[in-house]
Design a protein around this ligand. Structure first.
Ligand code: NDP
Length: 307
């Protein structure tokens, strides 16, 4: 068993920023980096809105830098995922497949993951033309026609990235307008490789071994048609990674961790940071800010306990 004063679950901007602050407060935090070390930014290309990088920075480079910064001050980053937690009895206990951890204080920064439509064919064809990550899989669609589902910033980003490889990218939007920010929407609209279908819902994915098309429904008329495509990229938002905490901490009806105030969870000594509780902003910089606040509160909690 490993004992520690502060255990941080998650290694996105929230987890690493918490680790930087906690390490600088001499807490020697342990970070369990989780199933996707570095978090969602590992799947993006250029990050243009993180302050301090006027020419942008690649998501994976930003996360590598945050990890190095945390380690420089004494944080230990362990490539393990929590499989079970107990925050009913102090000290808190967290299990991974390899180890049991006992911590006086916990920062939960487990983030969020891409949403899927969850049709049987979609799941069957994952990795065979169905993807939720253009950065990871776009390369395989050189010269082919692909569709992107969604009308938010993620969809714009995925579509733009895919134009580097694909012949034609069609964005399928279920609403009659985009939800994306103006700047991202304008950029995508200006790209001649991108075409648009609004009021369009994907109801099935077609193909035996590989994706050959999608079945779409016109939401105004109800008419269903098939569209040929070699790839289907999902960009329909994210869901919080909170299954570990069911029955342990308060969740809201969307499954996000409930914060009682700033970074406080329903349990004193368990602090929350980043997308795991954030359905509103979901930005790297806001997650980093929450990580900082969580570490400061963790330090206060631990200092109070020592007195
Ligand atoms: P959003 O929630 O903003 O958008 C999700 C999109 O998917 C909407 O168009 C929504 O449609 C659609 N959608 C949701 N469920 C379904 C479904 N079942 N079938 C079809 N369509 C569906 O999520 P994003 O991931 O795009 O963005 C999340 C946050 O991250 C935002 O704050 C965004 O600004 C930010 N972000 C910023 C980036 C940047 O600045 N570089 C890049 C990526 C994200 P509807 O509108 O009808 O609900």
């Amino acid at each position: 068993m490993v004992t520690t004063r502060l255990l941080i679950l998650g290694s996105g901007p929230a987890g690493y920023t918490a680790a930087i602050y906690a390490a600088r407060a001499d807490l020697a935090p342990i970070v369990l980096s989780g199933p996707e070390p570095g978090g969602q930014l590992m799947w993006t290309t250029e990050v243009e809105n993180y302050p301090g990088f006027p020419r942008g920075i690649l998501g994976p480079d930003l996360m590598t830098a945050m990890k190095e910064q945390a380690e420089r001050f004494g944080a230990s980053v362990v490539p393990q995922s929590a499989t079970r937690v107990d925050v009913h009895h102090h000290p808190w206990r967290v299990w991974t497949d390899h180890e049991e951890y006992q911590a006086e204080c916990l920062v939960v920064a487990t983030g969020a993951s891409a949403k899927w439509l969850n049709f049987p064919n979609e799941q069957r064809l994952r990795g065979k033309g169905v993807s939720a990550c253009a950065t990871c899989d776009g390369f395989f669609f050189r010269g082919q026609d692909v569709v992107v589902i969604g009308g938010g910033d993620s969809a714009m980003e995925e579509a733009l990235f895919l134009t580097k490889f694909a012949n034609q990218v069609t964005v399928l939007v279920r609403a009659d307008k985009l939800r994306a920010s103006k700047i991202m929407a304008h950029r995508a609209e200006a790209n001649t490789k991108i075409s648009w279908r609004f009021n369009t819902e994907v109801v099935d994915v077609l193909g035996q071994e590989l994706v050959t098309g999608v079945r779409v429904k016109d939401t105004l008329t109800g008419a269903t048609t098939d569209m040929a495509a070699h790839g289907m990229f999902l960009a329909i938002g994210h869901q919080p990674n909170t299954s570990l905490f069911r029955g342990q901490l308060q969740l809201d009806d969307r499954g996000y961790l409930t914060i009682t105030n700033q970074v406080f969870s329903s349990q004193p000594g368990v602090f929350i940071a980043g997308d795991v509780a954030d359905f509103r902003y979901r930005q790297a910089v806001t997650a980093a800010g929450w990580g900082c606040m969580a570490a400061i509160e963790a330090e206060r909690y631990l200092s109070a306990g020592r007195e």
